[in-house]
Design a protein around this ligand. Structure first.
Ligand code: NAI
Ligand code: MN
Ligand code: ZN
Length: 312
């Protein structure tokens, strides 16, 4: 495929700096990308040439235990495009036919590169479930937290949506993307603030991913609440099991996405989510150093930074 746009993600910086645990170098980075099919290999219909596609980076083996029970995103032999194999920060990329999803005309090229980040939110919320009965609390209003916010409001229509972050600039973004209430939890102690407001969240999503958050989530969640953890901290969380059992809480972890590209593409095509709201910058791919540098050194100024390879 010929790439049109690719998004920069936090994990790309680790790969760039050589500090990612799974990557063998040299490696072409990029797992959030879209473009147009230029040529096909053996066994792939030539009718695919010219199709506009967004690429699911999750490559699974199809025969291990998780694959056999329909959980291919946590395949034993998982390969992620842009991590374990060559990715989308390139003018051309070769991907498996089955992972190149057609994109309708009303989703433009930059939006098509946003399907992957929204698939992260889609997978988390597919696991926890969400409904109009939920009072949801999202920790962290970075790019991932904001995709969760958009999906909770635009797709699931939760009753109330609260976002906690430690930065006011990020909370402003949360309000722009659908949060009903925001709280700066570096200024206010979150548990007591929620109690004062009479809010007991039925769904808590941690998209900030500090290990202290899991423990706090068990404390503030309503009985029968669900907790969704998005992050990968290696440090210990000191969870008090009593809260889990006394309230019969359910904890969900989520990684990448389990074949949810068609779902996200439908949400975009029908206007339930607004990818353009999350795109803060576009750089020509020749300026990738500047783009990575901006994303790394001034995260407050950025949400999703896209590299442009070709205007379809
Ligand atoms: P980010 O760093 O841009 O955003 C995190 C936000 O959380 C920031 O706005 C920060 O101010 C806020 N924050 C930090 N500590 C906080 C606290 N104690 N309370 C409230 N807010 C706090 O990161 P991004 O790109 O949005 O990613 C978020 C997390 O999602 C990362 O940990 C990343 O590893 C994870 N992730 C998980 C994926 C998955 O497949 N499950 C895929 C992609 C990212
Ligand atoms: Mn990403
Ligand atoms: Zn497998």
């Amino acid at each position: 495929m010929k790439i049109s746009y690719a998004g920069i993600c936090g994990s790309d910086l680790h790969i760039y700096h050589g500090s990612h645990p799974f990557v063998k170098y040299p490696r072409v980075i990029g797992h959030e990308f879209a473009g147009v099919i230029e040529a096909v290999g053996d066994g792939v219909s030539a009718s695919r040439i010219g199709q506009r596609v967004s690429v699911d980076p999750v490559v699974s083996c199809g025969h291990c235990y998780p694959c056999s029970i329909g959980r291919s995103n946590i395949c034993h032999n998982l390969q992620v495009v842009g991590v374990h194999r060559e990715g989308g920060f390139s003018e051309f990329c070769c991907v498996p036919d089955s992972l190149a999803y057609n994109v309708p005309d009303n989703i433009n090229a930059p939006a098509a590169a946003m399907v992957e980040p929204f698939s992260i939110a889609a997978n988390m919320l597919n696991r926890t479930g969400a409904s109009a009965r939920d009072v949801a609390l999202v920790y962290g209003a970075g790019p991932i937290g904001l995709t969760v916010v958009q999906v909770l409001k635009g797709v699931y229509g939760v009753k109330k949506l609260i976002v906690a972050d430690r930065l006011d600039s990020r909370l402003k973004g949360a309000l722009e993307n659908g949060a009903d209430v925001v709280v700066n939890n570096s200024e206010k102690e979150l548990a007591s603030w929620l109690q004062e407001q009479g809010i007991a969240p039925t769904l808590v999503i941690d998209a900030a991913c500090h290990p202290s958050i899991f423990a706090e989530a068990t404390q503030i969640a309503a009985p029968a609440g669900r907790i969704g953890l998005m992050g990968f901290p290696a440090e210990t969380s000191s969870v008090v099991q009593r809260f889990l059992n006394a309230k019969e809480l359910t904890v969900y972890a989520s990684r990448l996405n389990n074949k949810l590209f068609p779902t996200v593409i439908d949400w975009m095509a029908s206007g339930k989510i607004q990818p353009h709201k999350l795109i803060s910058h576009r750089f020509d791919f020749h300026d990738i150093k500047q783009a990575l540098n901006l994303f790394e050194t001034n995260p407050m100024a950025c949400c999703k930074v896209l590299l442009q390879f070709d205007e379809e």
